[in-house]
Design a binder for this molecule. Structure first.
Ligand SMILES: Nc1nc2c(c(=O)[nH]1)N[C@H]1C(S)=C(S)[C@@H](COP(=O)(O)O)O[C@H]1N2
Ligand SMILES: [Mo]
Length: 385
């Protein structure tokens, strides 16, 4: 096992080649591809986790937003050469330019993207896959036309699915990245083809020039580098729909395999809170301590976050940031004044607007998806010297 320090490598040092792909003429070498130093799980393709100390603002800055890729990034496309194909069960198949997409009404949606495997490292027994901790998640403002407006342009019929293809293509044993989105979710007014992220152009790492945003669903649904939408009655059955990104219908004894016909496609996300300060196992001085974190609940809004500083015996309600929205997260904070030095176990537990509460134990599954147990850290409170 690598230590935390060794995992937190300056990505710029680790992949000099990737840095060369950086466009623009900065004076000093930037951190990799416009990112602050991230927890580097893979360099090619880039899998970058946000260290918890970067969280603390409602919008996660683009330069610290996590990155997840299964395949090498596609070669950047000249804006003028870009075409989005819309085909299948449509009256009028289309090849849309970026200008066509910009001419449609533009909408802004704040939404979390959380990787389905966020928190995988906390499952016991361990499961294979990237050992994400708390940082395969971020909340950003996405802007672009609605998928529904694009489908209207093409005269899409009332089929069951939209199939979405990203420009990244299969390599070795990893197949092409294609996903199916149920039409009801595709037509939701918050489902966008994003051209912008946090008020700036969508960066290449996050799917430029066009990515899908499926608010409230698992990160995998938000296909990057979108080049084709196909209207169809058949759900895609490629790796990223089956067996990838499926969850057991029934609870499994931890450590046991799932029956393939008892796996379901993951859609909406569960209620979850994470503690971002203090850091787990850190030392803090005796005195007032701000305990902070974020909480989100997929398509629901966060109603309440409770915090315990004594291992779950007593709970206090944390202060929540406005606004209270579906899809986006809320930051929370609890001011704590421990009376004595010593070791403290701090827990956070969120409740959403549908009444869902974070469980004590997350549902173990062979792929380590959807980890959402009550969060837990330990801190050492020391007498100020
Ligand atoms: N084309 C394409 N889209 C993709 C992926 C990918 O590998 N290829 N990864 C998905 C997964 S698993 C996640 S969690 C999100 C991550 O988005 P981000 O890198 O912008 O944070 O993108 C999704 N979209
Ligand atoms: Mo993911």
């Amino acid at each position: 096992m690598l230590t935390l320090n060794r995992r937190e490598i300056l990505a710029a040092l680790a992949t000099a080649t990737a840095a060369r792909l950086m466009r623009g003429g900065e004076d000093e070498p930037p951190a990799i591809l416009g990112k602050r130093p991230m927890i580097l799980h893979n360099d090619l393709p880039e899998d970058l986790e946000t260290p918890v100390r970067y969280f603390g603002t409602w919008l996660t800055p683009t330069d610290s937003f996590f990155v997840r890729q299964h395949l090498p990034r596609p070669r950047p496309i000249e804006s003028a050469a870009f075409r989005l194909t819309v085909n299948g069960m449509v009256a009028k198949p289309l090849e849309l330019t970026l200008e066509d997409l910009r001419r449609l009404p533009q909408y802004t949606v704040p939404a979390v993207i959380e990787c389905t495997g966020n928190g995988r490292a906390f499952y016991s027994p361990k499961v294979p896959g990237i050992q994400w901790g708390r940082g395969a998640i971020g909340n950003a403002e996405w802007k672009g036309p609605r998928v529904s407006d694009v489908l209207k342009l093409a005269g899409a019929s009332s089929a069951a699915y939209v199939e979405i293809d990203g420009a990244d293509s299969g390599v070795a044993k990893t197949p092409d990245f294609v996903r199916s989105l149920p039409m009801t979710k595709a037509l939701h007014p918050a489902t966008l083809l994003a051209l912008e992220m946090n008020g700036g152009p969508l960066p290449d790492l996050h799917g430029a020039p066009v990515r899908l945003i499926v608010p409230g669903w698992d990160g995998t649904s938000s296909v990057k580098w979108v080049v084709r939408l196909s209207i169809t009655d058949i759900r895609n059955n490629g790796f990223f729909m089956n067996p990838g990104y499926r969850f057991p219908k029934y609870n499994l004894p931890p450590g046991t395999p799932a029956k393939p016909d008892e796996l379901e496609v993951i859609e909406g996300m569960p209620v979850k809170s994470s503690i971002t300060a203090p850091e787990d196992q850190s030392k803090v001085a005796l005195g007032p301590i701000a305990i902070r974190g974020f909480a989100w609940a997929g398509e629901e809004a966060i109603e309440r976050v409770e915090v315990s500083t004594d291992g779950g015996s007593k709970w206090r309600e944390a202060e929540l940031s406005a606004p209270k929205l579906p899809f986006a997260w809320r930051l929370w904070r609890l001011n704590w004044q421990p009376s004595d030095p010593g070791y403290y176990t701090i827990l956070s537990r969120a409740t959403d607007s549908a009444g869902r509460v974070q469980p004590i134990v997350a549902r173990w599954n062979p792929s380590g998806y959807l980890y959402n147990a009550i969060d837990r850290i330990g801190v050492i409170v020391e007498k100020a010297s």
